[in-house]
Ligand binder design. Structure first.
Ligand code: NAG
Ligand code: NAG
Ligand code: NAG
Ligand code: NAG
Ligand code: NAG
Ligand code: NAG
Length: 524
């Protein structure tokens, strides 16, 4: 969720305290938890449902009566007027050369931060921010303590702006932070800068990591002259139930097209007061969009990461969609076993820079000579199973994490499968070790075997040959971003050294390629 809670504690450890309020009060660490700990939790939603039902019943009766007793010629001109207004506003919002493909300079980023915590959190933005390429600002509540430091090094960092005073707005969510008001207004303040040639406003938190090239590809699919609201849900169903399925979660980041922003800024301040009860900035923005009538367009590459524990399962079985964002990484285990959080991220970003579109894309193949299955999550991990596992199972996320609020093993907005404690049920795990760009726009990534020190190793005979595999090398062509404009399909792979040429060694080599006609991962 958005960093309404921009003030952060001095350590990065996950707070396992069962009562989130306790941590809030005793440590003054507003975690990013959207908690509603009391039993009155559901009072508001139920009230809302009831009143919505009541209102809609009254409204439908009214509508029926209206339709019955009015004649249609009254309605039609109104409809035309709406269409007419729509097309004039379309023309008005057209900026720059509209025929050009959407590129990175068409995006204006608005990152929600705070002066006190920016120094602790800026490393997330620095991972993806490209000076003189990405445009935008981190919006702070006040001037940072040493602005000259931010300015002197500003060539490599996001420039900052100080948000307008929001003390005049209402905010009445008892378990939230008032800064949600300021965050919600970032969109309006960004819009009002009146910068040239902006097609999309992209909002994120100070702990959001964005994958800008992929974001451009995703937004490029949509016409910025129409009203689009693009983003993703929370992974934890409990969060979606409390905070809505219809909202693009702010921590995962979301995008608002210029045409939509132009309408939204006119009503946003009123919405902020009207929805003063809502916890988060993203919720307030969505409430306002619901007044305009624009629903979320879901893209599966936005990751709010409302999960606890190890995100491995999510990252190893990514949907067939470009990776757009990560969030909450300070609350999760490092992505790579032997690295710190930030070094893990740098490693993944390193792979990303070599081939943005392919990052985390899953590829599956069988070695039918040895009855092995391999699952690659490009740039991150490989799993080697000494058996033939169905594609359906390999594509289902391993449950290495828990839900965000209650730390339960689900439910999530996607399917999961349990991790068996039996070592003979587990695949060999390999993590990215190196990446080499070869000629002809190809990469070779190497994944090294990882065994946790406390882990038992399966001693069954049929496991022995698989255990001998120390590393896996994956050769792949550069991912063409245009493929994302086609019907999505997982790419195919084949094992190159399947032993038919003699010596096996301790390396499995495989090649990723487009699938052939009638090709499928079907066991014999
Ligand atoms: C639509 O256009 C009409 C006349 O052109 C104008 O009176 C009306 O205020 C416009 N409505 C909106 C919502 O802009
Ligand atoms: C993006 O497209 C605009 C045209 O709308 C062009 O002027 C600009 O140079 C392009 N920027 C990049 C980084 O390609
Ligand atoms: C960014 O642009 C400014 C002004 O054009 C220039 O002075 C600066 O060196 C550039 N920075 C980088 C990192 O290219
Ligand atoms: C914001 O406005 C309120 C009332 O207008 C004022 O009391 C407060 O000092 C202002 N805060 C800042 C940071 O300027
Ligand atoms: C991680 O560290 C352990 C022990 O320090 C070592 O045995 C193992 O090879 C390392 N794994 C990777 C992937 O570097
Ligand atoms: C692979 O599996 C098939 C069918 O289950 C079996 O007939 C064959 O012997 C197995 N091959 C190896 C090398 O284990």
């Amino acid at each position: 969720m958005s960093s309404i809670s921009s003030i952060r504690g001095t350590n990065n450890t996950i707070n396992h305290d069962e009562n989130p309020f306790k941590s809030w009060k005793s440590l003054l660490i507003p975690t990013n938890i959207k908690f509603k700990p009391t039993s009155t939790d559901h009072a508001f939603p139920i009230f809302l449902i009831k009143s919505t039902l009541a209102i809609s019943t009254v409204a439908s009766i009214f509508l029926i009566l209206f339709l019955a007793f009015s004649n249609q010629s009254i309605c039609l001109p109104q409809y035309d007027t709406v269409l007419g207004n729509f097309s004039t506003s379309t023309r008005r919002t057209t900026t720059g050369d509209d025929h050009e493909k959407t590129n990175i300079s068409h995006i204006l980023f608005g990152i929600g931060g705070s002066a006190k915590t920016w120094n602790d959190r800026r490393h997330f933005s620095e991972l993806w921010w490209k000076p003189n390429v990405t445009r935008g600002f981190v919006w702070l509540d006040e001037k940072p303590p040493r602005p000259e430091r931010m300015l002197s090094s500003s060539s490599s960092f996001l420039p900052y702006r100080v948000s307008a005073n929001t003390s005049g707005f209402r905010y009445s969510c008892s378990y939230g932070s008032r800064s949600a008001v300021r965050m919600a207004r970032i969109l309006k303040e960004s819009f009002e800068l009146g910068l040239e040639n902006v097609r999309w406003f992209v909002m994120g938190d100070d702990d959001t990591v964005l994958f800008a090239e992929n974001l451009v590809v995703v937004l490029g699919k949509y016409d910025h002259n129409q009203m689009y609201y693009v983003g993703g849900n929370s992974e934890s169903v409990e969060q979606d139930v409390i905070h809505s399925y219809t909202m693009a979660y702010g921590g995962g980041g979301f995008a608002i097209s210029y045409a939509l922003a132009a309408e939204l800024v006119r009503v946003l301040d009123g919405c902020i007061d009207r929805y003063h009860k809502f916890f988060g900035s993203d919720q307030k923005v969505q409430a306002c969009l619901s007044e305009i009538g624009v629903p979320i367009t879901r893209e599966l590459g936005f990751h709010q990461l409302d999960i606890r524990g190890d995100p491995y399962g999510v990252l190893a079985a990514h949907p067939v969609a470009p990776l757009v964002s990560f969030h909450h990484l300070d609350y999760l285990q490092p992505l790579f076993p032997n690295l710190t959080r930030i070094d893990s991220l740098r490693k993944l970003v390193g792979a990303y820079e070599a081939d943005p579109g392919r990052t985390l894309q899953q590829t599956l193949c069988y070695d039918l000579r040895r009855n092995w299955s391999v699952s690659v999550s490009w740039g991150y991990t490989v799993q080697l199973y000494p058996s033939l596992v169905t594609a359906k199972e390999l594509g289902t996320a391993w449950l290495t994490f828990k839900s965000w609020r209650t730390r339960n093993p689900g439910p999530f907005t996607f399917n999961t499968r349990p991790v068996s404690p039996d070592p003979c049920e587990k695949p060999g795990l390999y993590f990215l070790d190196g990446i080499v760009r070869t000629g002809a726009g190809r990469t070779v990534t190497t994944y090294k075997r990882h065994v946790h020190y406390s882990e038992n190793v399966c001693d069954r005979v049929d496991y022995t040959p698989a255990l001998a595999i120390e590393s896996i090398k994956v050769s792949a062509p550069q991912f063409n971003p245009d493929w994302w404009n086609k019907a999505p399909r997982r790419q195919c792979c084949e094992i190159i050294n399947d032993g038919t040429q003699g010596v096996l060694g301790s390396v499995v080599k495989l090649k990723i390629r487009g699938c052939n006609r009638f090709e499928s991962l079907t066991p014999p």
